[in-house]
Design a protein around this ligand. Structure first.
Ligand SMILES: [Fe+2]
Length: 403
């Protein structure tokens, strides 16, 4: 995160004596990225954050089983609507796609998660529907439909679907795309000044980001926390509840950004996906396609041209609206498509003509919303996604072309 926040009580200087009401010292903890040379925060705990009493390895083998290359090479269509709902936003994840840089899952959660820390990388949770509260050592964030919630690596947190305080009237089931990076997820570098402020050309800025509210303190002893590392999942039992932070300050904390606050950039003729970029991770990008005016040159072809991203696989999650370019493909709300390197993709045959007819009839905007992830290493296929696959999708362009 590029900017400084403070919550709760902190001492006047770093690394000085800061006492509890009973006279004892608070335990200072630095959460810092990239050794000591990137963003960090200082947290003040009532108890030592080092005090653990037990460590148990959890069997994670099932989560890793059955992941295979996209071979034979095909464009894919997964229907997340067919995945079973229930469970929580941590252990209820259905892994769809993965490589060494990123793991992409879907969850439809109705239960609170246990305490969880991902020490393998940052997570971005995109809530497609419902609402959920993130509770963390930094405080709480109430998230609703359309929110990306970025959870930095190492943050101890839990998810509570349908938590009070989130947008009223939403269903309790929190449907989410879960993006686990093997590194950090950040705003694109080109949106930021050399000191980290969002520049004027960026499609969003600091005012659009919501950090945690004040400290969140919970009581408890012998509290389990699931810790994900590259080696698997471990259950560490802490002597005291990790939510014992009375104050913190710094530039590292979870935050939320709503897709409706993304300001689309439009051109006279069609703009390529980098104008939709929202975040970047190690060897991948996350883009937001939002409702916007269609390209406005009188001769413009106002939907994407066929394209072959020779260096990347492209995953698209169809969130809302009417996806004109994909009519006739079987793709609908909740669908996920994978267009891999080695395959040229584009609009369904006839889609361009249909949109031009719509323009002639006065339809000059598009109401589509989608989240796209482009990865620079091939995505492997996980069993949960393959069980929902539409086997006819790969032939949908030729079917339409031949009538
Ligand atoms: Fe594409």
């Amino acid at each position: 995160m590029p900017y400084y926040r403070v919550a709760g009580e902190i001492p006047r200087k770093r690394h000085v004596r800061f006492r509890r009401p009973d006279g004892g010292l608070y335990a200072e903890e630095l959460m810092g990225e990239e050794g000591f040379v990137s963003d960090s925060s200082l947290l003040y705990h009532a108890h030592p954050p080092t005090a653990i009493v037990k460590s148990e390895g959890l069997d994670d083998a099932a989560a890793e089983a059955g992941i295979v290359p996209n071979h034979p090479l095909m464009p894919r269509h997964f229907r997340t609507q067919e995945l079973p709902g229930g469970g929580d936003l941590v252990l209820g994840r259905h892994l769809l796609l993965a490589n060494d840089d990123v793991r992409i899952s879907f969850a439809a959660a109705d239960a609170p998660s246990g305490l969880y820390r991902n020490s393998a990388g940052d997570e971005a949770i995109y809530l497609r529907s419902g609402c959920a509260r993130l509770e963390s050592v930094y405080g709480s964030i109430d998230a609703g439909a359309g929110d990306y919630v970025i959870v930095p690596r190492g943050t101890i947190h839990r998810w509570i679907p349908g938590a009070a305080g989130a947008a009223g009237g939403e269903p309790a089931l929190a449907q989410a795309l879960v993006i686990e990076a093997r590194g950090h997820i950040r705003p694109p570098r080109r949106y930021l000044s050399q000191f980290g402020q969002f520049l004027e050309h960026a499609p969003y800025c600091e005012r659009d980001l919501r950090g945690p509210d004040g400290p969140l303190v919970a009581e408890g002893e012998d509290v389990p926390v699931m810790v994900r590392t590259r080696g698997g999942m471990t259950r560490l039992t802490y002597a005291y509840h990790p939510f014992d932070v009375v104050g913190w300050d710094g530039c590292l904390y979870p935050y939320a950004f709503n897709i409706a606050d993304f300001e689309p950039i439009v051109k006279r003729t069609h703009a390529p996906p980098p104008v939709h970029q929202t975040f970047e991770g190690p060897n991948f990008v996350i883009c937001s396609f939002c409702p916007r005016p269609l390209d406005f040159d009188p001769e413009a072809v106002p939907i994407p041209y066929n394209h072959h991203n020779v260096d990347s696989d492209e995953m698209m999650f169809y969130v809302a609206g009417d996806y004109s370019a994909r009519k006739g493909s079987g793709v609908g709300i909740g669908s996920i498509t994978l267009h891999p390197s080695g395959f040229t993709h584009g609009p369904q045959p006839g889609a361009v003509e249909a949109v031009i007819r719509g323009l002639d009839e006065g339809r000059t905007t598009t109401d589509e919303t989608a989240v796209m992830i482009d990865t620079f290493r091939p995505l492997l296929l996980a069993p949960a996604g393959r069980r929902t696959e539409d086997p006819e999708y790969a032939w949908s362009w030729s079917r339409a072309a031949r009538g």
